[in-house]
Design a binder for this molecule. Structure first.
Ligand code: PMP
Length: 361
């Protein structure tokens, strides 16, 4: 018998768990477990998808030029240095595949996004978890963890699931302090929610060891369509282009993304509502004795006394049809990550947690 053996690292991967979306026996579900936009995408997206459907017998264009040009125009970036992927997850995967392998180290923060260690293992590299300081990325700790084997440093800014972020100077200090040959990846999945923040694009322009990833899954409400993008030095884009499948994005995806990004009014309204309701919900939780860090994303990380209390709160919310995210897998067993929903959704979370505190059902 021959043994069919996967590449080193693959069997070390703990499967990614997506946010739960169903509760047995409950029909009025409020899903706040995946940081989705409660308002959905721009209404223009529907027409764009309908238009693109007429051509599904055709292969999509391979260079994504209209999408890259739209992104470039909205963000003031050079379209030639943009690469698009099946979610930003795929762009992160390109980076791991291109720049890390057996013997290399991939740094990520203590409560960083779960895909970073998964992607490191997938290419046979060694993921290195670096401590944070009170749920905030610690640049000194990251720099101290670097070795000559460090190839990639992944940080999400703002970070998921903590919602915290570090300032431009700190990010720049990190980039400047990395060893030769290490690439800093700034994951900007939540960058759109931070007023005036470029996600690190300016730093990408100033340095040759910084790359930024972004997504249409959060602010643009297109998580179900899977579209993301990356912006980096031309030399790195050229490398990633070699491993990108020519037809990774369908025409439907591209047309939807273009329509979503062009509707600046919808995007601005969603950002404003998220900011308003996030502040409101954070205050309500604080009033119930449930603290959370100021969040820069579209979610809050609610802290409880311990794992038992967090799980009891989660069970209570579920009994009322409200699904939030347990984050024990992120080293935060005493916390629940709660997506900021619409006004009614936020009120339902606050009511649910109030009745939990008061011992009511
Ligand atoms: N980075 C972070 C920090 C995220 O939270 C997510 C989504 N959970 C992603 C990347 C991936 O998003 P997508 O693949 O949908 O673009």
């Amino acid at each position: 018998m021959t043994q069919i053996t996967p590449q080193p690292g693959i069997l070390d991967i703990a499967l990614y768990e997506g946010g739960q979306s169903r509760i047995e026996g409950v029909s009025d579900i409020l899903k706040l477990s995946s940081n989705e936009n409660p308002f959905g995408p721009s209404p223009d997206v529907r027409a764009a998808i309908a238009g693109a459907i007429a051509d599904v017998h055709r292969y999509p264009n391979t260079d994504h030029a209209p999408l890259r040009e739209t992104i470039g125009a909205v963000h003031g970036l050079d379209p030639a240095r943009i690469i698009c992927g099946v979610g930003s997850d795929e762009v992160l995967q390109f980076l791991a595949q291109a720049y890390a392998g057996p013997g290399d180290e991939v740094l990520h923060t203590e409560h960083g996004f779960a895909m970073y260690p998964i992607l490191a293992h997938a290419v046979g590299a060694t993921p290195v978890e670096v401590p944070e300081r009170e749920r905030v990325t610690d640049v000194d700790a990251l720099l101290a963890a670097c070795t000559e084997r460090t190839k990639l440093v992944f940080i999400a800014n703002p970070n998921n699931p903590t919602g915290t972020m570090i300032g431009a100077q700190e990010v720049e200090r990190l980039a400047a302090g990395l060893p030769e040959g290490a690439l800093l990846v700034l994951d900007g999945a939540y960058a759109e929610f931070v007023d005036g923040f470029d996600g690190g694009a300016g730093l990408v322009d100033r340095r040759d060891n910084v790359f930024m990833t972004r997504t249409f899954s959060k602010l643009y409400g297109l998580g179900g369509l899977r579209i993301g993008w990356g912006y980096g030095p031309k030399a790195i884009i050229d490398v990633l282009m070699r491993i990108r499948q020519p037809f990774n994005l369908s025409q439907v995806q591209m047309e939807a993304a273009i329509a979503a990004m062009r509707d600046r009014d919808h995007a601005a309204r969603c950002v404003a509502e998220n900011a308003r309701l996030r502040v409101w919900l954070r205050r309500e939780l604080a009033g119930l004795g449930i603290p959370s860090d100021p969040s820069f994303g579209n979610f809050l990380l609610a802290r409880f006394a311990d794992r038992t209390e967090a799980e009891a709160a989660d069970d209570h919310l579920k009994s009322r049809g409200v699904i939030v995210r347990r984050v024990g897998g992120y080293g935060l067993p005493h916390c629940l990550r709660i997506t900021v929903g619409d006004e009614a959704g936020c009120a339902r979370v606050a009511d649910g947690l109030r009745s939990f505190r008061e011992g009511r059902t």
